[in-house]
Design a protein around this ligand. Structure first.
Ligand SMILES: Cc1cc2nc3c(=O)[nH]c(=O)nc-3n(C[C@H](O)[C@H](O)[C@H](O)COP(=O)(O)OP(=O)(O)OC[C@H]3O[C@@H](n4cnc5c(N)ncnc54)[C@H](O)[C@@H]3O)c2cc1C
Length: 318
């Protein structure tokens, strides 16, 4: 029996791979590297954020699917901290002070989502790929796929017969599957050293989002400006650290920063068959959606029938 071949070892490929392997179907996962997943902020939001196109229909399942994964797979850990964002309504300055006691300046009103959480996307992806391998999958890392056909994948590691190919290649999807347009949308991420426990939730503001990744290490994003030169990015990092110091105190130190290209299909997630033997799965916001998408993709390609939740994600939709 030919295996399912998943192209991509970012969060989406890893979630698909784990669920396909769990269904007992022979599987090969081929990927070049960790993709943009390794540069992600890792915010899991059930209610906040952007949910373009068919993402809206997947949104109600996001938190439950993350809970299920973290219960089932060692190494998949979610930090259920909740989030505080402003501007927004419903939560007073006093309540924010309780949630974020080290904040020095308070907005008059903000929005609190107690169910929100975050993950270390690279760590989770590794854990899922290892779990898939434990279940019998073969992992081919460091290989570049050059062609995808019905029934076969060609890579720098050789030719791989396939019952179904799932392309979960993020911004690399368009090259392997030209009908699916996946523009890259750059985003900025920085690491900042801080006293452990300084930031307790995920704090989202117009100038930055920030959360604690591990004891004493903050992750922060900031909106990218037009200047994408090294000097421009350095200046953005400096301004953002100053904003964070104004909010949380002086004991913060910039560690480094990076820019990652998010796969951003213009009309929302693209999930479904593009030909009888080739299936595509590319989406934004990928960290939020990957466990739900992975579960539904595996259901569809292992004989569990079409998932109505994916109806507005089809590559063939108008
Ligand atoms: C700064 C930043 C912050 C973000 N914050 C959030 C957030 O808070 N919440 C959220 O939900 N999302 C967030 N995102 C977006 C999220 O990171 C992405 O949506 C997600 O990681 C995409 O996962 P993916 O598996 O589709 O793609 P990728 O992680 O890019 O994985 C693609 C995989 O395909 C492989 N590949 C591609 N082409 C080939 C080829 N030809 N041959 C072999 N392998 C190939 C790559 O090597 C990689 O393994 C953020 C992104 C950035 C940059």
């Amino acid at each position: 029996m030919k295996p399912v071949v998943v192209v991509g070892g970012g969060i989406v490929g890893a979630c698909v791979a784990y669920q396909v392997a769990r269904a007992g179907v022979p599987l090969v996962v081929i990927f070049r590297d960790g993709g943009v997943t390794a540069r992600s902020f890792g915010w899991i939001g059930g209610t906040g954020g952007e949910w373009p196109g068919g993402a809206g229909a997947l949104r109600p399942f996001v938190l439950a699917d993350w809970r299920d994964l973290s219960a089932a797979v060692p190494g998949v850990q979610v930090r259920w901290s909740g989030s505080v964002t402003w501007p927004g309504g419903g939560v007073s300055g006093r309540d924010i002070a309780r949630l974020e006691p080290h904040l020095r300046t308070f907005p008059t009103s903000s929005c609190c989502i107690p169910d929100d959480g975050s993950v270390d996307p690279a760590e989770v992806t590794r854990a899922l790929l290892l779990a898939a391998r434990e279940l019998g999958a073969r992992l081919v890392s460091g290989a570049t796929v050059t062609a995808v056909h019905d029934g076969e994948v060609v890579s720098s590691a050789g030719r791989h017969p396939a019952s179904t190919v799932v392309i979960a290649a993020g911004t690399g999807t368009s090259l392997l599957c030209p009908p699916v347009a996946v523009p890259a949308s750059p985003a900025f991420l920085m690491r900042v050293r801080a006293p452990a426990g300084l930031v307790r939730t995920i704090v989202g503001t117009p100038a930055y989002d920030v959360r604690e990744a591990a004891g004493g290490m903050l992750l922060a994003t900031a909106p990218l400006g037009a200047d994408r030169t090294w000097a421009g990015l350095r200046a953005l990092a400096g301004r953002t650290v100053e904003e964070l110091r104004a909010a949380f105190g002086p004991g913060l130190r910039l560690v480094d920063w990076t820019v990652g290209d998010r796969p951003m299909p213009p009309d929302g997630p693209v999930i479904g068959p593009v030909s009888p033997g080739v299936y595509v799965a590319v989406m934004h916001p990928g960290i939020c959606l990957a466990p739900t998408a992975g579960r539904l993709v595996a259901q569809e390609i292992t004989g569990g029938g079409p998932a109505p939740e994916l109806v507005n994600c089809r590559p063939s939709r108008g």
